[in-house]
Design a protein around this ligand. Structure first.
Ligand code: SF4
Length: 362
């Protein structure tokens, strides 16, 4: 079991025992709505959630992972715990995912810093223990090089689509993958996000705290704006449905997946303005960048319209989730057409009428 000091709890507040900590602090939840002493904690909690909704990482008051004042440590830990209370009160799934991802990214930077600390071995050991005890990632150190056993690496890198994470593109020695500290901790971002999400989901839903109704209503409004109205149709191929679901759940869709999704929908005749809201839930969403990219892909700017990638290409990018209906097609745009063509042909054969020619994909 990890025994943490206050400094560590401030850096990794998801490891703090929420109930115990609040109890030790000696305040009841309703006091957070009215007590001026607790206002900085409530404001920071709100700030943390809002930072997450904008896709950024909340900047804490810790300098180099250490607080300058004891009070600051309490604010760091309690604002995390109270942010969870606000999220439970707002009751929006998109806040859970975004907050968990943002806090995972924040913890990642502390873990990378601790792991590479050459002066204080206890920080290195704590980071290694967190990685191992919570996420089953064994990190060995030899001459300040970080070695991950290949099975651990494969387990954690399976969620990445980018080429750089493929084992063949990594330096492997003696059954271990050699990584820098930032890449080592990047491996557990998905697991850490899931860990924090589950922590939030398992937290009890408190009663509304008098005095905080307005703050909670603001969070609900922000979350509802982030939830894309787009509904995927049953006609989309599995690769496209998967990409839409990834975005809807607030997960990160790699660049290649965004390219596939945008070019597919554009080829299906959907206007840029209808496609853009789909990306609202992406952790790094920017309306300006999204519109610029969609206009570029559609040929509105630049004059070149980009085609949807082939199934072969998508398979190499780990974006293919083929089902039997995908048999024989070479681009996602053909999904559903063959079956319709076959049905069409069957009908014509039975009525002795020549079938119409099926159009080629764009
Ligand atoms: S086979 Fe093609 S259409 Fe089917 S899931 Fe894979 S990439 Fe998509």
């Amino acid at each position: 079991m990890l025994v943490l000091g206050k400094d560590e709890k401030a850096k990794y507040p998801f490891l703090a025992d929420a109930g115990k900590y609040l109890q030790e602090y000696g305040f009841e939840l309703p006091q957070f709505g009215t007590d001026p002493i607790l206002k900085d904690i409530v404001d920071k909690a709100y700030e943390r959630v809002m930072a997450a909704t904008s896709g950024s990482v909340y900047k804490s008051g810790l300098a180099d992972g250490r607080a300058v004042q004891d009070r600051m440590l309490d604010v760091e830990i309690l604002s995390f715990l109270f942010a969870i209370v606000l999220i439970k009160l707002a009751n929006r799934h998109t806040l859970v995912r975004r907050f968990a991802l943002s806090e995972a990214r924040r913890a990642e930077s502390y873990l990378a810093g601790d792991l590479s600390d050459r002066r204080d071995r206890s920080r290195v050991d704590m980071a290694r223990r967190i990685l191992h005890d919570l996420f089953g990632l064994k990190v060995e150190m030899r001459d300040y090089r970080y070695l991950i056993p290949v099975p651990d690496y494969l387990k954690h890198s399976s969620v990445f689509h980018e080429r750089e994470w493929k084992l063949v593109n990594r330096q492997v020695e003696d059954g271990h993958v050699i990584l820098k500290p930032d890449k080592t901790v990047r491996l557990i971002r998905h697991a850490l996000t899931t860990y924090i999400s589950e922590k939030i989901r398992d937290s009890p839903v408190p009663d509304m705290i008098p005095g905080l109704e307005g703050m909670v209503a603001e969070l609900v409004a922000v979350a509802d704006k982030l939830t894309p109205a787009y509904e995927s149709t049953g006609e989309h191929p599995p690769c496209i449905k998967h990409a839409i679901n990834v975005l809807k759940s607030g997960e990160n869709l790699p660049h290649s997946g965004r390219f596939m999704l945008a070019t597919f929908l554009l080829a299906r005749g959907q206007p840029v303005e209808e496609i853009a809201p789909l990306f609202k839930n992406a952790p790094d969403y920017s309306e300006r960048v999204t519109m610029y990219q969609l206009n570029h892909l559609s040929g509105r700017t630049g004059g070149v319209k980009y085609n949807c990638p082939s199934c072969d290409k998508l398979r190499t990018q780990n974006l293919c989730f083929a089902v039997p209906e995908c048999d024989g097609i070479i681009t996602p745009l053909q999904f559903g057409r063959r079956r319709k063509a076959a049905q069409h042909e069957q009908q014509h054969q039975s009525s002795d009428v020549e079938p119409a020619e099926e159009g080629e994909p764009a």
